[in-house]
Ligand binder design. Structure first.
Ligand code: CUA
Length: 312
């Protein structure tokens, strides 16, 4: 377990050091500015104290270069920090292509995790060392926040929408996972751990779970059971968009908007079909609100992402 003091010692993810460098620089620059201001306050307070011999005649009223310098210098420094932090920030929203996708479902007051092969866990997240991991997260009730201090990552987890987060673990061990958004009575107990394992060990762990269908296979099952296949398969009497390879593709809507078929779009298309009607198709899709739960949606998304061939 990591001790509380570890927050500033070692980071355990690939982006951790960039965050630390930024944080320490920000702290150092702010500290230097604060120190300079405090020093000048004390210096002038002593020099111009009442009764001192200091020269008070002819005070400079307008020295243009000083005015420009003390405005432009801090501006340049803090704009530099702004640009730097924007670059770091944007890194956090660009998961590498080879990321391993894991689903996280937050609820009062636990973290439910589901791996692509169907293995599930609660309040624990097992990941392999050195492998970029992308978490696709949503909440079953209120707003939570997924926070792993050792990885320097934190992301709100919201109901009715997906947020994501990625990291590459760089140290083996067990790291604290906290909920960082007040979410009701037991918010403080909504914690868990991220367990980073060597890849071979992780593969063993992943395969060792109770034998269950993969997420995509469960999604395919729901696709048939919920009746999606009745309209979306080729040859059906109702004309509905073909879902083969839909995931990540651009979609043109009947109000001339172009969207990408990402997780949030597909989720909306299932629960609130009238929100986005695909160009050239009738608005015939019924809403599945209340019929599919978050777990079902996760499975359906995994199935659509896998492509719509029958998964093994
Ligand atoms: Cu969940 Cu705080």
């Amino acid at each position: 377990m990591n001790r509380s003091g570890e927050l500033l010692l070692h980071s355990a993810s690939s982006l951790g050091h960039t965050v630390d460098l930024l944080f320490i620089s920000l702290l150092a620059i702010s500290g230097l500015v604060a120190l300079a201001v405090a020093t000048l306050i004390v210096f002038f307070a002593v020099k111009y104290r009442r009764g001192s011999e200091a020269d008070r005649s002819n005070p400079p009223m307008q020295v243009r270069w000083i005015e420009i310098a003390w405005t432009a210098t801090p501006l340049a420094i803090f704009m530099g920090l702004f640009v730097w932090s924007s670059v770091v920030f944007s890194e956090f929203y660009r998961p590498p292509e080879n990321s391993m996708r894991i689903h996280v479902l937050a609820k009062q007051w636990m973290w439910k995790v589901e791996h692509e092969n169907g293995r599930r866990e609660i309040d624990e997240l097992h990941v392999p060392l050195g492998q970029p991991v992308e978490l696709l997260m949503t909440s079953q009730d209120v707003i939570h926040s997924f926070f792993v201090p050792a990885f320097r990552v934190k992301q709100d987890v919201l109901p009715a929408r997906y947020t994501s987060l990625w990291f590459t673990p760089t140290r083996v061990g067990r790291f604290n996972l906290f909920c960082a958004e007040y979410c009701g009575n037991d918010h403080a107990t909504m914690r868990g751990s991220v367990v980073v394992m060597y890849p071979a060990e992780f593969a063993q762990w992943l395969a060792a779970g109770p034998d269950r269908a993969t997420l995509a296979a469960r999604g395919f099952d729901i696709y048939r059971r919920a009746g999606c296949s009745g309209c979306h398969e080729a040859g059906s009497t109702v004309r509905a968009p073909d879902l083969h390879g839909i995931y990540g593709r651009p979609v043109q809507l009947d109000d001339d908007r172009h969207v990408t078929a990402d997780d949030t779009y597909l989720r909306d298309a299932i629960l609130e079909p009238d929100k986005h009607v695909v160009a050239g198709y009738p608005a015939a899709m019924p809403s599945y609100q209340g019929q599919l739960d978050e777990d079902d949606l996760i499975a359906l998304l995994a199935y659509m992402k896998a492509g719509t061939d029958i998964p093994q």
